[in-house]
Design a protein around this ligand. Structure first.
Ligand code: HEC
Length: 698
């Protein structure tokens, strides 16, 4: 009876500590900044009550067991009180881990650690409150410290302390290590009871993987090939439902330099006249990328001429339109480059961690959508640049005459819309020209915005639909615009990725819907894209990768498919181009050979053989090619029955793919796996077999 009463009292104290910690984290940094730099987290009342329930429940179990095995807590007993403090540490660790891993609350370490601190202080105070009047300061202090030391150097004490710091270590790993974050996020998503949607994704390009793909784009009029931009600064042409291998078009990775946080090659668009033989713009493509060399960051908007063909020549064709010096922290670059139906180029810029750019358009290019005329048409269409920014060199473009801030005193006339924090992806609705963006928010709200001429999207004084407490400028530039849709951060949902308004015929249920996602949770959503604000959206499905490896973009193919890119890890090529498919039509990841490649015919194999193999192996495969004498090893005679009988197709395949060393043979036989596709190697194996049959027939 007494134990139960004590336990109830203790649980009341724990509940009070949760309230106190909630208050405390608003007043001080419970975990000092110099110890760990934690991201700011904002939890709401629902999150608060979830934490309350978990903490009270776990404490009931842990402290209850304590009462059972150690007897009721008597505050005047130093040893028993110290034991109770250690039990509090254990209960804290268990509760914190459970909240962190199994719930979707916005997890604020400051708040949670505060609960433990308040608990420890309150329970200790109970001891002193009872002991001080009885035995005085010194004796109560000595008894307490003695009991504490004994417990600290005991096995249960050490175990309890290790357990107590484990949430901290996990939190540290979570913010500093992508792989850990990914695993935890995956567990969270598995354990969360949220619905999953009716759609799923599958690799759309025959199992090909990429190194951190950022976006895909089909050039105008092209249906069988797309551009793929990889984050480290590589641009590839990749066949779409057609035969062939990815081709490198441009590689600026040396200039992109260090790719960390939100850096890299972020935006890409080809000129609307791309590929038109009669146009001087036929080879032009525009790239927005960051360059971090020696710790200093510069962001570039550049034009490249892809018609040169050779990647090195393409790289040398760079013409810089904007060279933006920025704070070197890598965050909030924005990124999208898109041509509007008006033929002007739109560039979405983040606020680049620079307060000076907030709600100002007279000094710095950042925190908005820019609109420029790269064709420098002049006349009543556009005019040369009037005002230059403090943070950037600008050249090689004009300002459209109807830009909203043209003629405004001191304004950088490039601005089309302002007050944006980090509009990572923008896209035009191909049916009505409306410009959509997913705007990544700071600690509480994500936004989907419809960008209008002269719109002011209220950052930093409003986020979502909520005032942030930052002051609103007295003379507001542009017209205040609220988001179309906004959602609150949860533990695993916190970075919106703007998508596309679907206008294809393949999936009528998505026609006229804006499809977008969350990079972190992998959730894919749809909302009615008629321009009216919405309160809720449909969960369509989930991408295949989460956390920092998650969704980076959406695209619609000319044949009406919906593609997403997922980033994958920074260390390897695990990024993917996936298509959205109804769950019941998803196929199991198919063998690459069967999907992208049609079988290579004998004639084609013959020409591959002549080009690559005959100089050593001879035109008839007898091992008598012109180079065979200089190799120092004998080249086998493919036409001999003995050779044919002693090798399996797999043996031949292995040697062609990986070279002589694949089967302990001479390295004079080079590997071809990088130069030839699977289907081509298969065809060559067939050809080598045919060389024997010919001989027999002869
Ligand atoms: C630079 C010369 C050279 C070229 C080019 C070359 N090979 Fe070879 N290849 C060799 C030599 C030498 C061997 C024998 C190695 C040994 O027996 O140690 C060999 C062996 C082989 C074998 C037999 C492996 C075995 O089981 O004994 C196959 C199959 C083969 N090459 C296929 C090809 C094909 C297909 C190509 C063209 C795509 C090609 N080679 C191009 C030099 C060449």
């Amino acid at each position: 009876m007494k134990r139960l009463a004590v336990l109830l009292l203790e649980l009341c104290l724990v509940a009070i500590a949760v309230f106190a910690a909630d208050w405390l984290q608003g007043v001080v940094d419970v975990i000092p900044k110099w110890l760990i730099r934690l991201p700011e987290v904002s939890y709401d009342a629902g999150d608060f009550w979830t934490v309350m329930q978990y903490f009270v429940a776990v404490h009931a179990v842990v402290l209850g067991l304590g009462q059972l095995f150690l007897g009721a807590w008597q505050p005047m007993d130093a040893r028993r009180t110290v034991n109770e403090l250690f039990l509090l540490a254990v209960a804290f660790a268990v509760a914190a881990l459970l909240v962190f891993v199994t719930t979707t609350v916005a997890f604020d370490p400051q708040f949670v650690v505060g609960i433990l601190l308040v608990n420890l202080v309150v329970f200790t105070l109970f001891y002193f409150a009872q002991q001080l009047p009885a035995v005085g300061v010194w004796r109560s202090l000595i008894a307490f410290l003695g009991a504490l030391l004994r417990r600290v150097f005991s096995l249960p004490g050490v175990l309890a302390m290790v357990l107590a710091v484990s949430p901290g270590i996990l939190a540290k790993l979570f913010v500093s290590n992508r792989d850990v974050a990914n695993v935890i996020t995956q567990i969270r998503i598995q354990l969360s009871t949220q619905e999953q949607g009716e759609w799923t994704v599958e690799n759309a390009v025959g199992g090909l993987k990429f190194h951190q793909p950022i976006l895909v784009q089909f050039p105008p009029g092209v249906t069988d090939e797309m551009f793929v931009l990889e984050r480290q600064g590589r641009l590839l042409r990749v066949p779409w439902k057609a035969q062939g291998e990815p081709r490198l078009v441009l590689d600026i990775s040396a200039k992109v330099g260090e790719v960390e946080v939100e850096n890299g090659a972020l935006g890409f668009a080809v000129h609307p006249e791309f590929g038109r033989a009669e146009s001087t713009n036929q080879g032009y493509a525009f790239l927005y990328y960051t360059s971090v060399l020696g710790g200093e960051q510069v962001n570039y908007l550049s034009r490249f001429d892809l018609s040169a063909g050779d990647p090195a020549v393409v790289a040398a064709s760079e013409t810089v339109l904007m060279e933006i010096d920025r704070v070197d922290d890598g965050f909030h670059n924005g990124g999208s480059v898109e041509f509007g139906p008006d033929g002007f180029l739109y560039l979405a810029l983040g606020e680049m961690s620079d307060k000076r750019s907030h709600q100002a358009i007279d000094q710095r290019l950042s925190g908005g959508v820019l609109r420029i005329d790269v064709d420098r048409r002049g006349g009543d269409v556009s005019h040369p640049i009037v005002n230059r920014p403090d943070n950037a060199e600008t050249d090689h473009y004009f300002i459209p005459n109807d830009n909203p801030f043209v003629g405004m005193d001191g304004a950088l006339e490039e601005f089309f819309a302002i007050g944006l924090r980090n509009p990572f992806r923008i896209s035009f609705d191909t049916e009505n020209g409306r410009l959509w963006t997913g705007e990544v928010g700071s600690t509480v709200w994500e936004e989907v915005n419809l960008i209008t001429r002269g719109g002011n999207y209220q950052f930093p004084f409003v986020e979502g639909r909520e005032a942030t407490g930052k002051s609103k400028p007295s003379a507001l530039i542009g017209k205040e615009m609220a988001p179309i849709y906004t959602y609150r951060h949860t533990a695993y949902e916190r970075a919106v990725i703007g998508g596309i308004v679907y206008r294809g015929d393949r999936y009528p249920q998505f026609r006229g819907k804006y499809l977008f996602g969350d990079n972190y949770s992998g959730n894919i959503y749809a909302l009615q894209a008629d321009g009216e604000p919405v309160e809720s959206v449909d969960l369509v499905g989930k991408a295949n990768q989460y956390a920092q490896r998650g969704i980076t973009s959406f695209a619609e193919t000319p044949d009406g498919e919906i593609l997403l890119t997922t980033l994958g890890s920074a260390s390897g090529s695990q990024g993917e181009i996936v298509r959205l498919v109804p769950k019941d039509q998803a196929t199991i990841a198919a063998d690459p050979v069967q999907v992208v490649e049609e079988p290579v015919g004998l004639a084609e194999a013959q020409s591959l053989y002549s080009a690559n193999c005959s100089r050593c192996h001879g035109t008839g495969g007898r091992g008598d090619g012109p180079d065979s004498k200089q190799l120092g090893v004998s080249v086998p005679d493919f036409s001999s029955a003995e050779f044919q009988a002693s090798r399996s197709d797999a043996d031949l395949y292995a040697v062609i793919e990986r070279g002589g060393s694949a089967r302990g043979l001479s390295a004079m036989m080079p590997p071809w796996g990088l130069a030839l596709s699977d289907a081509e190697i298969h065809a060559l194996v067939g050809l080598i077999r045919a060389q024997a049959e010919n001989t027999v027939a002869r």
